[in-house]
Write a protein that binds this ligand. Sequence first.
Ligand code: SF4
Length: 372
Amino acid sequence: MTALLEVEDLTVRFYTEEGVVTAVDGLSYRIEAGETFGVVGESGAGKSVAALSVLGLIDDPGRIERGEVRFKGEDLRSMTDAELRSVRGDEIAMVFQDARAALNPVYTVGEQIAETIEHHMGYDPAAARDRAVRLLDRVGIPEAGTRYSDYPHEFSGGMCQRATVAMALSCEPDLIVADEPTTALDVTVEARVLDLLADLADEFDVAVQLITHDLGVIAGTCDRAMVMYAGEAVERAPIEELYYDPKHPYTAGLMSAIPHVGDDRDRLQTIPGTMPDLIDVPSGCRFHPRCPFAEEACTRTDPALVDPENGEAATLETERAAACLEYTEGLTGGLDYSVEVDGETNERAEDDDGGEDDDGREDEGEEGGSDE
Ligand code: SF4
């Protein structure tokens, strides 16, 4: 069956005065109808550029060099600007990091949502207002009928983000692309907005592509996730497998950097070094300058995304995939790490030789709180 969104071999470059930046390089993933798909990685990994490319929002000096983007089987890259605008408004909605900036300061919050409903769904003004009030109420804005007439500066940061979620839902899209939607919020508000997004995705049967730099954020929210590094996907997996048994050293490094309740470490572990300059990426495996398991072969060979069980090239349908020479028998020393989840240390599961795979499953809890 065709997935809701299929991205295949997407490559995006920016032609700057300093040189050619390959922000996204051969990226492939799919999102099924109704699922929440996380895209995680540090700043500069290419997550947002990939999302903007899907929506056809890459401007000069950026260029989509190659790849296919299919939404419900339709090739978005061959659509006219008008067709693409219609898909963006009606079927794919976006929630941005800075909700206050996404709202127009000179119109009331309610007017902006109602205007979207009128424009994209053909409602008359009274019906659009009613729907906007109902949506504001549904996303947890108290006294929604009254707050409809508030301007964005009269809303808290959390309320602004709830309002943009209401706006995204207003046209009943099939996919919401949420780009770091909670980065600007404090931790308790973040948890509430994420819970809301997850609840609404379920209730409205809408798929979500959730972009974040924080692996902890996608724990209780996503069904599957993709980890990006320096423009490439380095791992794709169902969320529990990613957490309990990460296959890529970079994912394991991100896991170690997440603080846990009851954590008695004096310092959180960090991944040494920084994301490479995308004008001049390292040879071979891009992660090799920061990888504790790097060998000489890693400096020469760029590992493909493969099924770690059998080393076969990953396709869009491959559920578990990782890009490390370990899975194509290119490493001599192997990988040896453990991750701590919910206070338990999970040793890396061996793939071929009957090693153990710890399997205590439990979502990470999140605290509620007021965002007023
Ligand atoms: S290929 Fe080498 S450098 Fe890259 S992640 Fe695997 S062990 Fe590390």
